[in-house]
Design a protein around this ligand. Structure first.
Ligand SMILES: Nc1ncnc2c1ncn2[C@@H]1O[C@H](COP(=O)(O)OP(=O)(O)OP(=O)(O)O)[C@@H](O)[C@H]1O
Length: 459
């Protein structure tokens, strides 16, 4: 065994239980095969008090039911992460208290709120007791899969509130936990398909996004207003995200009054295991050429290419496919069934390159993703001002979430930003300043140097 320049211990690959559970069938890359390396570095990081993966306690000490401990251990979780260690005792204590919890992307927030929902459910009652909202159907489906594996040794019953899922004319949901997106949740509650009279816990994942007045804020508030209000027995409201920009913090505090708060300082937002690069392209067309020349690197593990618009994602994926490259494309204009098939294919490793929009910028957890490309930098929405793209300011939160699709739970990852003119260069500089982290230039004209740089960053 030896340490590389970054102090990571390398050794002979050997499958550990956590990785077996998480690796896709047939996945075949150096990174994925190095399960031993990942397991060892994870243990290192979980023992380092400065790491967001660190904890001084065990899961047994966090007051979880035996059946949930069994689920966790079967998933290969041996120790809690920092957010799990800090949040769970607060979330599980009685009387229930609201929570606003922040921790870096990929550090295990899902387990914190899923374990809380599972702990609060009375399995003897066939009644809905917990609701969880997410910004996309893909994330809702992922959260559901976590509930099902973590709750495998319980009698949990679950249902989705996502488009096209329940059969038309469904009259009554009795599942303990319902997970979904806000629009469908409103519809099902309004039609009394979901009975909210027994709700004890209400969770918002990606809460800053769910509460943003420019985004899903109105819909989320409508769901909350449809829930019963009992001064003696209030619903426990749980908000989690990697980011809580100033403009939603106040609203979050009103939405979840008297909440316990776990917050990050700005300089703590980054995860150091993601190396950030940029490439200076000549123009839009050159961006496409560079993406194509990166193809073999993109398929070493798996990669996600983010575009600002659906039509860009469609255009470049069609063009790459026509030129003989295997890529998948996913965005909100596709119908529900197609979206499910695309993300499942990518999760299973059938597709290695996913070209997409902000629809999956948040929450999606696919351990094999070791590269994220910002084909277009994330920009703030144009609120009817008719600004050109170059004049819009960069969307720092979305940037943090997008690059957080790689480097999950201490793994290494690379992100590459494409800039192609003065305006996009300035936008990138603004991002660099805001996150306080260097974004390193890599040459576009020397493929070998570029490959070397990337591989070094992933080692
Ligand atoms: N205690 C643990 N031990 C080992 N692996 C863990 C542990 N907790 C979480 N994980 C794994 O870490 C990965 C990231 O977790 P999760 O998706 O919950 O991150 P997150 O904090 O919600 O990220 P994001 O902000 O991007 O939504 C998942 O694959 C999960 O299974």
């Amino acid at each position: 065994m030896q340490k590389d320049a970054d102090g990571f211990i390398t050794g002979v690959p050997e499958a550990g239980p956590a990785e077996e559970a998480a690796s896709p069938k047939g996945a075949n890359s150096d990174l994925i095969n190095s399960t031993f390396e990942v397991t060892v570095t994870l243990a290192d990081q979980q023992g380092d008090p400065n790491s967001p993966l660190y904890s001084a306690k065990t899961f047994e000490e966090l007051g979880l039911h035996r059946d949930l401990l069994k689920g966790l251990f079967q998933m290969g979780f041996s120790k809690p992460s920092k957010i799990q260690e800090r949040a769970l005792p607060l979330l599980l204590s009685n009387p229930p208290t609201n929570m606003i919890g922040q921790s870096q992307s990929g550090t295990g927030k899902t387990a914190a709120f899923v374990l809380t929902m599972l702990s609060r459910v009375d399995f003897s009652k066939n009644q809905t007791q917990a609701l969880c909202l997410a910004p996309s159907r893909e994330l809702a489906r992922q959260i559901m899969s976590v509930i099902l594996v973590m709750g495998k040794f319980t009698a949990i019953q679950t249902e989705y509130a996502i488009k096209d899922h329940l059969p038309r004319g469904a009259t009554r949901v009795t599942a303990h936990i319902v997970v979904g997106t806000a629009g469908t949740m409103i519809e099902l509650i309004r039609k009394k398909v979901i009975d909210v009279s027994g709700i004890k816990v209400f969770v918002l994942d990606e809460a800053d996004n769910m509460l943003d007045q420019d985004g899903l804020g109105d819909q989320t508030l409508r769901v909350k207003n449809m829930l019963p209000r009992s001064p003696t027995n209030p619903i426990q409201i749980i908000l989690f995200s990697a980011t809580f920009p100033d403009h939603v913090r106040n609203f979050a505090s009103k939405f979840a009054p008297n909440a316990n708060k776990i917050e990050l300082r700005k300089e703590e937002l980054n995860v150091d295991n993601i190396k950030q690069f940029y490439m200076d392209c000549r123009d839009e067309e050159h961006k496409y050429d560079i993406l194509v020349s990166l193809y073999s690197l993109l398929t070493v593990g798996q990669s996600i290419i983010f575009c600002q618009h659906r039509h860009t994602a469609d255009r470049i994926s069609k063009r790459m496919t026509a030129e003989g490259h295997k890529v998948a494309s996913l965005h909100g204009a596709k119908d529900a069934g197609e979206r499910d098939a695309i993300i499942d294919g990518f999760r299973d490793g059938k597709d290695k390159v996913l070209i997409t929009t902000n629809v999956i910028a948040r929450g999606i957890d696919i351990l094999q993703v070791n590269m994220v490309v910002n084909y277009d930098l994330p920009l703030m929405a144009d609120r009817g001002s008719n600004k050109t793209q170059g004049d819009l300011s960069p969307d720092i939160e979305t940037y943090i979430h997008r690059i957080g699709r790689t480097g999950r739970f201490g793994r290494k990852g690379v992100s590459i930003n494409f800039v192609h003119d003065k305006k996009t260069w300035n936008q990138m500089e603004t991002i660099e300043k805001a996150i306080g982290k260097k974004i390193t230039r890599i040459e576009t004209n020397d493929l070998e140097v570029m490959e070397e740089n990337m591989k070094k960053a992933l080692k």
